[in-house]
Design a protein. Structure first.
Length: 215
């Protein structure tokens, strides 16, 4: 009768540690500038992840502050907060490793490529500055002097009228005043005549009434 082989208890693998996994570096066959840019892109991505984790942590902390101490909903939030803290720590460690790798990649000749300065279209900024200074220093005083000259010419033209024109204006003024006096006299005469006619009609009416009362 064949012997049955007894199997021992199944062994479970040991739990893996929660240590952060180091970020994979770019391939060494790439150019130094490509390696450097790869580390920079990796740093940006890790920074974005860290920002998202910190935002999540703030939300969880705000929710915990709103709950009472004996609430049953605090336990899941506290466990989640612990997990988020562990992830934040892991991302921090990965950022530290990335900083060291980025410094090493930058030390390789040809890794850091400076961008050429942008080509400026049109006149430089100094031209606008010099133009404004020229307008302020040269054009503004000339404009003020020209305006003062025009004002002086107009005042001199008014004060230097010919003698005959001045006499003629005086005679016209006197004639206008005399005409106004005559018009006023004519108006007074018309008012006087109108008053006489009115009084005459009143006297006739009174006489007629008296004659009617004393036949």
């Amino acid at each position: 009768m064949p012997l049955l082989r007894t199997q021992g208890p199944a062994t479970t693998p040991p739990p893996q540690s929660a240590a952060p996994i180091a970020a994979a570096a770019p391939r060494a066959t790439s150019s130094p500038s490509a390696v450097y840019e790869g580390f920079r892109a990796q740093r940006r991505e890790l920074s974005n992840q860290l920002d998202e984790l910190e935002s999540t942590r703030r939300q969880i902390t705000s929710q915990l502050q709103e709950l009472d101490q004996g609430s049953t909903d605090r336990k899941p939030l506290e466990d989640r907060l612990t997990d988020v803290d562990a992830r934040i720590k892991a991302v921090d460690q990965m950022l530290a490793g990335n900083a060291a790798q980025l410094a090493q990649a930058a030390a390789i000749p040809g890794a850091v490529v400076e961008q050429p300065p942008p080509i400026q279209q049109g006149p430089p900024d100094e031209a606008f500055v010099l133009g404004g200074i020229f307008l302020f220093v040269a054009i503004l005083p000339l404009s003020i002097a020209f305006a003062r000259r025009i004002w002086k010419r107009s005042a001199a033209a008014v004060t230097s009228l010919p003698r005959d024109i001045t006499d003629r204006l005086q005679r016209m003024e006197q004639a206008i005043e005399a005409t106004a006096v005559e018009v006023e006299r004519i108006g007074e005469g018309q008012r006087f005549i109108t008053r006489l006619f009115t009084e005459g009609e009143s006297v006739k009416a009174i006489s007629a009434k008296s004659a009617d009362r004393n036949p």
